[in-house]
Design a protein around this ligand. Structure first.
Ligand SMILES: [Zn+2]
Length: 469
């Protein structure tokens, strides 16, 4: 089962040896820190223009580095999204279609490649779906996923078993590991915080006085974001003390956003609207990455792994990595693909869920397609950033009005099949997008065999965390 990785590893080791003997560039490679802040939607970060100072640390990192203003998660669910992040590819090919399905051992992860190329690797995660039992420890020599009730999120301390950990406690583990370190190899470290995730219960002193007219759930969510940002500052400060001649590369992002009611959905997972998939992405590498720069070209979490390998001067990028290094030239008209996690049930939070949902974004146009739900949505994000006006629904409504069948007020923005018989430029464009998404699915086949069945105890744990099957 390990053949795919082992054969790649052999090539990598040979390439690394050649690099060491023939390369005239300075030998020092950067220490690399990857931070994922779970459930952090970009537009609630002050670093991304949110009017309340939720993320001053991230803003400072962006000032010293580069901020990607149009970064997308591949999914709106923790495990699939992190699977794409770690493998640089669409999660559907690995079979991590939802939380609880393991990342197969034969997948090549960025941590495995970094370890093979001479990096010391360690990870510190904060929630159940990312525990080592689900395959996320691949390539990490040290993987800290031990949780305890006293360290659990404030909203989970009455649970019989600990399934998560507050960012402050995760920082403590990270700092203790760094302080004990005697290794001289360069570092690749991954820190994951869960705090903005529901339940929104930040420590009391972070319950800042947000404007009274802001929804209470949003205020509590923002307080959690603010708390996580504070802990991010502590992690980066500790990490920076270990910057060597190669410098300290810090990459901060999130696995997905949060609904917060924008499209009638509070949480995440079921849809692919901007609030669910648009995430912050900041890269700081002083002296190597421009400070204060904002990149508007669309990028994806699948680009993070190739970026890390590029910075570490790993010459042999695994062929399974589909992303592009963020340190190179980026295409402003690139197509970004994403997919909803799979659901076994038919209804989630009073919302019908059937079959697959995929989406693409290109040049500001966004297309969402759920064929089994007879659902097509098409938005022009520059003029409609909150996806309030489904152009296909409007076309259908216009056609119905012309026929004297105007839709009822408040009708959801769901296109009736072939709004205008497939004749208009809009319908033709939608059809092209259908075909593009179908081609993407075909070129990224799901594994023949489904992931290993989820253990009964795992199902209980996932349900206790609010994850539906
Ligand atoms: Zn998540």
């Amino acid at each position: 089962m390990r053949r795919r990785f082992l054969s790649f590893l052999l090539v990598t080791v040979i390439a690394a040896s050649l690099l060491a003997t023939t390369c005239s560039r300075p030998s020092a490679r950067p220490n690399v820190l990857l931070v994922t802040i779970d459930t952090l939607r970009a537009d609630h970060c002050s670093a991304y223009g949110y009017p309340i100072a939720t993320t001053p640390v991230l803003a400072a990192l962006a000032s010293a580095g580069t901020r990607f203003s149009t970064a997308y998660a591949v999914s709106a669910t923790t495990a699939p999204s992190h699977a794409s992040l770690m493998t640089g590819s669409a999660f559907r090919t690995s079979g991590v279609l939802k939380n609880g399905l393991p990342l197969p051992q034969e997948e090549v992860t960025v941590a495995e490649v970094m370890a093979a190329s001479g990096y010391a690797t360690a990870a510190f995660v904060s929630s159940f779906p990312l525990r080592s039992r689900f395959g996320f420890a691949q390539g990490f020599e040290s993987f800290d996923d031990e949780f305890s009730i006293p360290e659990s999120s404030e909203g989970r301390r009455s649970a019989p078993v600990a399934h998560d950990r507050m960012a402050g406690a995760t920082f403590d583990k990270f700092k203790a590991w760094l302080d004990k370190r005697r290794d001289t190899r360069p570092l690749f470290l991954w820190v994951h915080f869960v705090d903005p995730h529901f339940p929104y219960r930040a420590p009391e002193k972070f319950q800042a006085r947000w404007p009274a007219d802001v929804d209470i759930n949003v205020r509590h969510y923002d307080a959690e974001v603010h708390y996580a940002d504070k802990q991010l500052g502590r992690v980066v400060e500790a990490f920076d003390q270990h910057a060597g001649a190669g410098g300290a590369l810090v990459i901060v992002t999130s696995d997905h956003g949060e609904g917060l009611g924008d499209h009638g959905w509070m949480s995440h997972g079921i849809n692919l609207y901007e609030e669910a998939v648009r995430v912050p992405l900041v890269v700081r590498w002083s002296g190597r990455v421009a400070g204060g720069e904002v990149i508007t070209a669309p990028v994806s979490l699948i680009d993070v792994a190739p970026t890390i390998l590029d910075a570490a001067r790993v010459q042999q990028v695994p062929p399974s990595f589909e992303g592009r290094s963020l340190l190179g030239t980026l295409d402003p008209d690139r197509t970004i693909f994403m997919q909803r996690r799979s659901y076994s049930g038919k209804e989630v939070e009073d919302t019908a869920v059937t079959g697959e949902m995929t989406a693409l974004v290109r040049s500001g146009a966004k297309y969402i397609f759920a064929p089994e739900e007879n659902r097509r949505e098409f938005y022009q994000l520059p003029s409609d950033p909150h996806e309030a006006h489904n152009l296909l629904a409007q076309a259908a409504a216009g056609q119905d009005a012309a026929l004297g069948e105007a839709p009822a007020a408040g009708q959801p923005p769901v296109e009736k099949a072939s709004a205008d018989g497939g004749q208009s430029p809009l319908a033709a464009e939608a059809k092209r997008h259908d075909e593009e998404l179908a081609a993407w699915r075909r070129s990224h086949p799901e594994p023949q065999t489904a992931g290993a069945p989820v253990d009964k105890e795992d199902v209980k744990a996932l349900r206790s965390l609010g994850y539906v099957d």
